[in-house]
Design a binder for this molecule. Structure first.
Ligand code: NZQ
Ligand code: ZN
Length: 393
């Protein structure tokens, strides 16, 4: 295990009815909030009215801005920053999934500077931030308990991240029943995303023997697969929603990465380039790329991946094969089958991404790879990976 610093300052309030605490929690941080929400699901189910009422009850003034879209746009974040400045808000309250929370992180810091928020994503990290609280409505990204934010710039077709300790939410309210209305497609994309977060560390961590991390991740993978099976039978299985919600949070809150060493995240780098250009759902973009990347990596310095996939296959995908090379390949096939059961694409063709678009995505990914510390991922290497992520002829 390698040295690390682990500091996660987010207070998680998890359980039935906990949204009713949102007013008192916001009151701890200020007198006026900007409530940020998505394109209608929170309003339609009555959640936004409930949240606004709780803030009023707690004496917290608020202004609400809806309309954050999946793969959140820079243009909407700019609108939110202008509103936060005009209204002089003390805090942000994000009510939604990862997209709403990510945009809120930009607004928290954007409201305190004179320059454009996009500069945060271009390397000029925020030095201050308004407090952020969240009410999570979709389990997937882990944004409710991490300091990452990702925005899409529709003009340049870039989708870029920043990470900052100041951007961790102060409080995240996780009421699993709120996720009962999440569609089959978004549930599956969320499962794929949480699994991908675990796989980035599992497959790519440089530590030669990160035993504790592998064990932790395998436990989460087994839990997520179990929840997935129950949810595919019944999207309204509250027990499965509860377990999956916390598992998805744990999958990207720094816990599995601590002690694993500086881990590259190639799948997320490639997927962000993909969804920046095609607007594919993040979880679907990841599932479309993963099997192809795994096959490519096995053939290119793939010794470590072979051992880890063989282990993953035996511990999480019921594979009994004793030969590592065969077990690793079987594991990839099992992952593809599992994606198809979930209803997410197992390659770029199943995702409906035209082959003609590969060149543009590859160029964008090759450009982003440098900032992600992934110098190995040249246009030539990416071309081989994207070819492997196409359905075999
Ligand atoms: O906009 P509304 O109407 O609310 O509908 C949303 C949206 O259409 C809907 N939804 C959310 N909660 C719902 C619901 N529908 C019914 N019932 C509910 N309770 O779901 C759709 C997708 O929402 P979105 O927030 O986009 O999904 P997700 O949470 O998967 O977030 C994806 C974004 O997060 C980024 C992704 O790249 C993508 O932009 N990520 C953020 C990360 C982070 N900050 O750490 C890490 C991830 O790897 C990821 O990159
Ligand atoms: Zn992700």
């Amino acid at each position: 295990m390698q040295d690390f610093v682990f500091h996660n300052p987010t207070r998680i309030i998890f359980g039935d009815g906990v949204v009713d605490q949102v007013g008192e929690q916001c009151a701890r941080f200020g007198k006026k909030a900007l409530i940020l929400a998505g394109q209608g699901s929170a309003r339609r189910c009555g959640l936004l009215d409930r949240v606004e009422q709780r803030l009023s009850d707690a004496g917290v003034d608020y202004v609400t801005l809806e309309g954050v879209q999946p793969n959140p746009r820079l243009s909407h974040a700019r609108e939110a920053v202008a509103l936060a400045k005009r209204e002089g808000v003390d805090l942000l309250l994000a009510v939604g999934g990862g997209s709403v929370i990510d945009e809120a992180k930009a607004v928290c810091s954007g409201a305190l500077v004179d320059h454009d928020v996009w500069e945060f994503y271009k390397g000029r990290l925020p030095e201050r931030s308004l407090p952020l609280l969240t009410v999570l409505t979709l389990a997937a990204t882990g944004s409710e308990m991490n300091g990452g934010s990702i925005l899409s710039n529709a003009e340049t077709k870039e989708k870029l991240p920043f990470r900052n300790p100041l951007s961790f939410p102060r409080v995240s309210i996780l009421e699993p029943a709120l996720t009962l209305s999440v569609s089959h497609w978004q549930t599956s994309c969320g499962i794929s995303d949480a699994f991908a977060h675990l796989m980035e560390v599992y497959c790519n961590s440089p530590d030669p023997r990160p035993l504790l991390q592998l064990e932790l991740i395998e436990g989460l993978v087994r839990t997520i697969r179990d929840c997935a099976e129950r949810l595919m039978q019944n999207l309204r299985d509250l027990d499965a929603r509860r377990e999956f919600m916390w598992a998805a949070t744990l999958a990207l809150n720094g816990l599995t990465a601590a002690g694993s060493g500086a881990t590259p995240w190639p799948l997320h780098m490639m997927e962000h380039a993909l969804s920046g250009i095609t607007d594919v759902s993040h979880g679907a973009g990841l599932s479309a790329l993963y099997p192809g990347w795994m096959r490519w990596r096995l053939q290119n310095n793939g010794e470590r991946l072979e051992q880890r996939l063989a282990r993953l296959g035996r511990n999480c995908f019921c594979i009994t094969e004793s030969n590592d090379a065969l077990a690793a390949l079987r594991c990839i096939t099992e992952i593809e089958d599992w994606y198809r059961i979930l209803g997410v694409p197992a390659n770029l063709d199943e995702a409906g991404i035209p082959r003609e678009q590969d060149t543009e995505v590859i160029q964008a990914a090759a450009r982003d790879a440098v900032d992600w510390g992934l110098k190995e991922y040249s246009a030539q290497v990416l071309t081989a990976i994207f070819a492997a992520a196409r359905a075999s002829e």
